[in-house]
Design a protein around this ligand. Structure first.
Ligand SMILES: Cc1ncc(COP(=O)(O)O)c(C=O)c1O
Length: 257
C-alpha cells in the first residue's frame, strides 16, 4: 500500500472491532505497530521501516516472505482446485502430501491426520490417544500428563495439559484428570552451561512419580514440548540474583504472555 492509501484506510477503518489475541488491546491501539508488507526476511511497517522477522511470522513463514516459487505454487493450485471437502471425498494432493510426510517421518509414524492449527493438532492428538485406548479395551486410560510451562494451544485440552498459569486461570477447572511434570527452567544448572548438562534426567524421572501416584494403568498420554517456545526464552541470570530460592521456583515466571 502507498502511504496515502494507508492514511485513508486508517481514517476509514477503526481499530476497535478487531479483538487481538495475546495482546494488550487498549495499549496497542493507542500506539499501533502495523505491518503493511513483507519481503524475504523483513516486514515493512506502515511508517516505511524494514523490520527483521526474527520469528518467521509466528513460526509459519520459515521459507521467507514473498518467495516467487511459493506465490506461483499457491496461484497454480487455486486456479486448478481451491478447495474440496475432506469428509467422504478427497483430492490427490492431500494423499500425495500425506504420503510424502509419512516417508519423512521416522519409524512407524506412517499415517497423517491434517488439522488447521497447532491447537487443533493437540486436541486431535489427545482425542486419538483416548479413543485408541478405548478401542482396544482399555477405556480406563483417561489421564493426560503435561508439563508445567508447556504451551499446547488455546483450546480446552491444550490449556489443560499446558502449564501456563496466565492462560489457564480464567477458565475454571479445565479438563479433569490432567497432571503435570515439573518444568525444566532451572537457573543454577542451566546458566552458562556448555554442551549437554549432567542434570535433567530427574525431570523425566518425574513421570515415574506421577505413574506411581495415579497408577500407570490410568495414563492415556504424556505430552511435552521438546523445546519450550511460548513459555519464553530465558536469558541466563546472575546466580546472585536468585539466592536461597527453591531451585524449581515457578512464581516469578507465571505470566509470560
Ligand atoms: C508446542 C505447541 N503446541 C501448540 C501450539 C498452538 O499452535 P497454534 O497457534 O497454531 O494453534 C503451539 C504454538 O506456538 C506450540 O508451540
Amino acid at each position: 500500500m502507498m502511504s496515502e492509501d494507508i492514511a485513508n484506510s486508517r481514517a476509514n477503518n477503526s481499530l476497535d472491532a478487531y479483538w487481538m489475541p495475546f495482546t494488550a488491546n487498549r495499549q496497542f491501539k493507542a500506539n499501533p505497530r502495523i505491518f503493511v508488507g513483507a519481503d524475504g526476511m523483513y516486514f515493512k511497517t506502515s511508517d516505511g521501516r524494514d523490520v527483521l522477522d526474527g520469528i518467521a511470522g509466528l513460526w509459519c513463514c520459515n521459507a521467507g516472505h514473498k518467495r516467487p516459487r511459493i506465490i506461483e505454487a499457491v496461484k497454480k493450485q487455486v486456479e486448478e482446485l481451491d478447495y474440496s471437502p475432506a469428509f467422504q471425498m478427497g483430492h490427490y494432493k492431500a494423499f500425495e502430501l500425506a504420503d510424502r510426510l509419512a516417508r519423512l517421518m521416522p519409524g512407524d509414524l506412517d499415517h497423517v491426520f491434517f488439522t488447521n492449527s497447532g491447537s487443533e493438532s493437540v486436541e486431535t492428538a489427545l482425542k486419538i490417544a483416548l479413543a485408541y485406548h478405548r478401542a482396544r479395551g482399555e477405556g480406563h486410560r483417561t489421564r493426560l500428563i503435561g508439563r508445567e510451562k508447556g504451551y499446547h494451544g488455546v483450546n480446552f485440552g491444550g490449556m489443560s495439559v499446558g502449564g501456563m498459569p496466565a492462560n489457564r486461570k480464567m477458565f475454571g477447572s479445565l479438563v479433569a484428570g490432567v497432571d503435570h511434570l515439573r518444568h525444566t527452567h532451572y537457573v543454577p544448572g542451566n546458566a552458562y552451561s556448555r554442551g549437554q548438562p549432567e542434570h535433567g534426567v530427574e525431570l523425566a524421572d518425574d513421570l515415574e512419580r506421577l505413574c506411581a501416584l495415579h497408577d500407570p494403568s490410568t495414563i492415556a498420554a504424556v505430552i511435552v514440548e521438546p523445546v519450550a517456545g511460548s513459555a519464553g526464552d530465558h536469558a541466563p541470570q546472575r546466580l546472585s540474583a536468585t539466592p536461597a530460592r527453591d531451585m524449581y521456583e515457578t512464581r516469578h515466571f507465571a505470566d509470560f504472555r
